[in-house]
Design a protein around this ligand. Structure first.
Ligand code: ATP
Ligand code: MG
Length: 365
């Protein structure tokens, strides 16, 4: 798939962008604070209706304006269609072929994009919440059911937590209603966990291969889902996961009432990375962590292709300068000719030109 005609109005410091992107490689070059990342972010936003940098959509509207409008013409499976996102004071609206969509889950996934940025290292080093966000964002864009269950889960989780608070404060007494909510939550959670395990399994195989390719080392990378309910096994069906969660909620009922919050479930789960069986979060060096992060992103490209039969857009924010020549070549060789790629850089010097042929270059000022 690729993005052809693209328009961004009042997007952060970009007053007006109106261009036709190259099908292969586009390079955004400029000094610091000119809007390179903003332009990349606006493309990402058109695809996912979310920013990778902020959860507040209002931040994306240019300081002195009251709306931002992003439009793009996408070519996919030999067809073309238009996408549009508008953020205003009233919130966010999306269109496919000029038809407004009431559900974001119908919109997300039309255009797929994978973003690489220096902050990806946090995926290994950072808090578990970042890895959950990663799963929700990335699996949501290739599986609309995942997106649906994730949003449903947030709703019911909040409802259950509110009720636990009422029970803890003595404002409610009926524990049967708590059981009903727990049961409902277990059903949705099982759907989410099942998909996370499946997708991570695929990512594990692909990332292992990519890691070998880019790290030029003999360590073996392993990626595993780390559920908060430890009884869950990778081979479990949705039904089996559901039953295990039901039991876990039952066993933890008193503790959940005492703490007035839901202690188990997808919102407490994590991803574990191992190098030769050792936890990478604790033991991997900076360089190894960088290679792991890069391997996962490369694996994601394969995952998107595996599920959608199209390669996603690839957005590389400042990553070239962070990679040594060997890794840069490995990355560019890996993706070359398959994905429409957008690269930001302050400096053309840092790029392996022998692999990128005839890019379209944008100077941002
Ligand atoms: P660097 O090379 O340092 O990464 P960059 O070109 O990627 O720079 P951006 O992150 O795109 O820079 O930011 C460009 C400018 O956009 C910044 O000066 C920032 O203050 C400005 N900016 C951010 N949000 C808004 C907004 N809502 N309205 C107007 N300007 C904004
Ligand atoms: Mg930037």
């Amino acid at each position: 798939m690729y993005l052809d005609h693209f328009i961004a109005q009042n997007y952060r410091n970009l007053t007006m962008v109106d261009t036709h992107f190259d099908k292969n490689v586009n390079i955004f070059i400029g000094k610091n604070a000119q809007g390179k990342t903003n332009l990349l972010e606006s493309i990402y936003f058109l695809a996912l209706t979310r920013s990778h940098r902020t959860s507040s959509d209002r931040e994306l509207i240019a300081f002195d304006k009251d709306y931002t409008n992003i439009m793009g013409q996408v070519h996919k499976h030999g067809r073309e269609f238009d996408l549009r996102v508008l953020i205003s004071k009233k919130g966010k609206k999306v269109w496919i072929n000029r038809v407004e969509q009431s559900k974001l889950s119908k919109y997300v996934g039309q255009l797929n994009a994978i973003l690489f940025s220096p902050e990806d290292l946090e995926l290994i080093k950072g808090a578990p919440s970042l890895r959950r966000k990663f799963m929700d964002q990335e699996f949501g864009q290739i599986n609309s059911e995942y997106l649906y269950f994730a949003s449903k889960y947030r709703q019911v989780l909040q409802q259950k937590n509110n009720y636990l608070k009422q029970l803890a404060r003595g404002q409610a007494k009926d524990q049967i209603f708590l059981d009903v909510l727990s049961d409902q939550l277990a059903g949705i959670a099982a759907e989410i966990i099942f998909r996370r395990v499946q997708f991570l399994n695929y990512l594990n195989d692909q990332a292992q291969e990519a890691y070998e390719h880019i790290s030029l080392a003999s360590e073996k990378l392993t990626i595993r889902y780390r559920p908060s309910v430890s009884e869950i096994k990778p081979s479990d069906s949705v039904e089996e996961i559901y039953q295990k969660l039901q039991l876990a909620f039952k066993n933890n009922k008193a503790a959940e009432i005492k703490k007035a919050t839901t202690l188990l479930g997808p919102h407490r789960d994590d991803i574990a990375f191992f190098l030769n069986g050792k936890d990478a979060h604790l033991y991997a060096s900076q360089g190894q962590q960088r290679s792991i992060a890069l391997s996962i992103k490369l694996a994601e490209i394969k995952l998107v292709h595996h599920v959608t039969k199209e390669y996603p857009l690839l957005l590389l924010d400042d990553v070239m300068s962070e990679l040594d020549h060997g890794r840069q070549s490995a990355l560019l060789n890996y993706i070359h000719g398959k994905t429409q790629t957008f690269i930001t850089t302050t400096d053309l010097e840092g790029i392996s030109w022998e692999i990128i042929k005839q890019p379209k270059i944008y100077h941002l000022e």
